[in-house]
Design a protein around this ligand. Structure first.
Ligand code: MV4
Length: 660
């Protein structure tokens, strides 16, 4: 019988695990980095131990400090969550050696599934369908370039080269024809050596426009294994999952059973224990192929929980205690449909750049069939140290359309003020016709969704600016009531992020008339208070939510969110809205490309360097026209947020313009 669980993770998954552990009567211990001292997961745990400074490597990956925290608090088991140490065989072993129960599979299973080459060979031997390809000799050495080249002739094209140690799309290359093969093998090998310290490669026939369907499995130490249906995670962006749902709209009952039985075979073949996910590619013809097995509880486990009515963390703890699985296969029933989206602090209009800063207000919209898994609350700060996921928003319905409608509603009513989010992007995906018809493959976002308006910056129009002016005007005048005497036209300047809007505002009683050049809009303000207000626009009442923070105003209405800063009383900005030319890093990261040199003439908006942060590439752009002065970084440099990267001086052209 286990009594005290240490959660070796942070954020929403730590909170999620603690919730079930407490419900089952465990005492809970959180760990945290210095940056997370006030985080929600620390707050909800019974006890918490600091395991080091903000950097991931120095805290949430610090095995010695984590084991010491367990010893010090008397924990008898460790839940690794996902990411961090969750699929680290060395950590699973270290727990065991320290007399602690690792809530997860045996180290041997983690290790096997960490190798594409070895896992594919093992799965093939167990009778699990794998993508036709070449894994090299069963025993012994890694395949040489020449062995791979001769194997490719039998596989045919297009084919994929994959790093054996890779995963989640890393170390993967698509080869269209024989002429491109040798060169790609060389590059893939050196990249894999660089990235994973292991140049081992495999080849696979490419499955065209596949769906990503994964099976949730569970196994206990008594030799039982079951599957709990599938999750469809086809909607991805650069190998990051965006939407996950269960069941898959593409999977028939027959296919579900066949895939489920194959996944159970996979678990039994590696003496699995606990929660696991077997990933498959599914072709248009509904053939399915083993891809990899994830030996952890996954981010998207809630959709499986909602359609099975089971608590997977409770199952994990039961299995870790040595109990048999709570249910047998015939007792596992699927009910209704669940869809999850990952709500991120990121900017879809600027290559999904992660956003950092204060989260002034976060109000999840609760309601029938809705679940939020989150690790943040109003008042927290989103830091550059970790993944900027704010919450998983999960909707359940009797059927897929009901789940979709509830999820769209939840996204529309959720407010996040302070950081830009992908909220609108997510609701547009769920509302999309191709997605609605169940037709989204892994190519969906790149194909059907490329020109969606949610990928462009939202420019508030006169109606949106009039609403902002109403709220700001009320605040500035500091009146508690409204005067019916007509006021004079008041000029107002609002910084909308991509320019300054100049408005004329006239207030008469509750009616506000706003002019922006030739454009006019009249609104009636019905009530105001506590961040919620009602406005009447052309006879229709609209709900509006807002948050005021100094000169800044964050707004959400008409299905959109936007922010303005009141700059009415501030001196004018530089000409053409040009910046200072001092280009800084917007977040901590690594420089992976430098595209300009000193003396080069650049234009506002031109990409200067590429910054890699949180597994994504971010172009850093010129904020003015001019000539590059200094370039203060080079390829491979680690940089801190706000660090100066490039200096741009006003060039000849810019000077001439200014003097003209
Ligand atoms: C493939 C494939 C097509 N054929 N393998 C990408 C992530 C990694 N887990 C495997 N991936 C793929 N492997 C063969 N033989 C296409 C992908 C793929 C993909 C897979 C799942 C979800 C999204 C994807 C997006 C692009 C490519």
């Amino acid at each position: 019988m286990l009594k005290k669980l240490l959660i070796a993770n942070r954020g929403e998954i730590a909170v999620r695990v603690i919730r079930t552990a407490k419900a089952l009567g465990y005492r809970t211990v959180a760990i945290y980095s210095e940056a997370d001292a006030r985080a929600l997961h620390v707050h909800v745990a019974d006890e918490a131990v600091c395991v080091g400074p903000a950097q991931v490597g120095a805290s949430y990956l610090n095995v010695d400090a984590i084991l010491e925290a367990a010893t010090k608090t008397g924990a008898d088991c460790i839940h690794p969550g996902y990411g961090f140490l969750s699929e680290n065989a060395g950590f699973a072993n270290a727990c065991k050696n320290a007399g602690l129960v690792f809530v997860g599979p045996p180290a041997s299973a983690i290790e096997l599934m960490g190798s594409k080459r070895r896992s594919k060979i093992a799965m093939q031997q167990a009778g699990v369908p794998v993508v036709p390809g070449y894994e090299g000799p069963v025993e012994g050495n890694t395949a040489s370039d020449n062995e791979l080249i001769s194997a490719a002739a039998d596989i045919g094209y297009p084919l994929m080269i994959k790093a054996s140690a890779g995963g989640g799309g890393r170390g993967m290359r698509l080869v269209q024809e024989e002429g491109e093969l040798a060169d790609n093998i060389k590059r893939a090998r050196s990249e894999a050596k660089q990235a994973f310290g292991d140049g081992e490669l495999i080849l696979e026939k490419a499955v065209i426009e596949p769906r990503h369907v994964e099976i949730q499995v569970f196994a206990d130490r008594h030799g039982n294994a079951v599957y709990l249906g599938e999750r469809d995670c086809s909607v991805q962006r650069r190998h990051q999952k965006v939407v996950e749902e269960a069941p898959s709209p593409f999977v028939t009952p027959e296919l579900r059973q066949a895939m489920g039985e194959a996944a159970v075979k996979a678990a039994l073949a590696c003496s699995y224990e606990g929660a696991g996910t077997v990933e498959f590619l599914v072709g248009k013809d509904r053939n399915f192929y083993f891809l990899e097995m994830n030996t952890r509880l996954q981010v998207e486990h809630p959709v499986t929980e909602l359609i099975t009515g089971q608590d997977l963390v409770a199952w994990q703890l039961a299995v870790a205690e040595g109990q048999p699985l709570p249910l047998q296969q015939q007792d596992i029933q699927l009910n209704g449909h669940a869809i999850e989206v990952r709500l991120y602090a990121e900017d879809p209009a600027h290559e999904f750049t992660p956003q950092t800063g204060p989260l002034y207000s976060f109000q999840p919209a609760l309601g029938e069939g809705l679940r939020y898994d989150t690790g943040v609350r109003s008042g927290d700060t989103i830091t550059p140290h970790y993944d900027p996921m704010l919450a998983k928003v999960i909707a359940w319905g009797q059927n897929r359309d009901e789940a979709r409608r509830r999820l769209i509603r939840a996204l529309e009513d959720t407010t996040v003020f302070g950081v830009t989010t992908n909220r609108y992007f997510l609701s547009r995906i769920i509302a999309n016709d191709t997605f609605g018809a169940g037709g989204a493959t892994t190519a969906f976002l790149q194909q059907a969704f490329r020109d969606d308006p949610s990928l462009a910056p939202f420019s508030p129009g006169t109606r949106e600016l009039a609403l902002a002016a109403c709220v700001l005007d009320h605040g500035i005048s500091g009146q508690s009531g409204w005067s019916n005497a007509p006021s004079t036209m008041t000029p107002m300047k609002l910084d909308t992020g991509d320019g300054t809007a100049e408005l004329l505002v006239r207030k008469t009683g509750h009616t506000v008339s706003v002019s922006q050049g030739d454009s006019h809009h009249q609104l009636v303000l019905e009530s105001l208070g506590d961040g919620l207000l009602c406005i009447i626009d052309n006879g229709v009442r609209h709900r509006c939510q807002y948050h005021r923070e100094g000169d800044s105003l964050y707004l959400q209405a008409f299905g959109q969110a936007w922010a303005v800063r009141d700059v009415t009383h501030q001196p004018a900005a530089g000409a053409n809205g040009a910046g200072s030319g001092k280009i800084q890093a917007s977040m901590d990261g690594a420089i992976i490309d430098v595209l300009v040199a000193p003396g080069e003439t650049v234009q506002q908006g031109q990409t200067l360097v590429i910054l890699e942060a949180m597994k994504m590439e971010h172009p850093v752009k010129a904020d003015r026209d001019g000539v590059v002065g200094e370039v203060l970084v080079s390829n491979g440099d680690q940089v801190k947020r706000s660090q100066l990267l490039v200096n741009i001086a006003a060039g000849e052209a810019a000077e001439q313009e200014a003097s003209a």
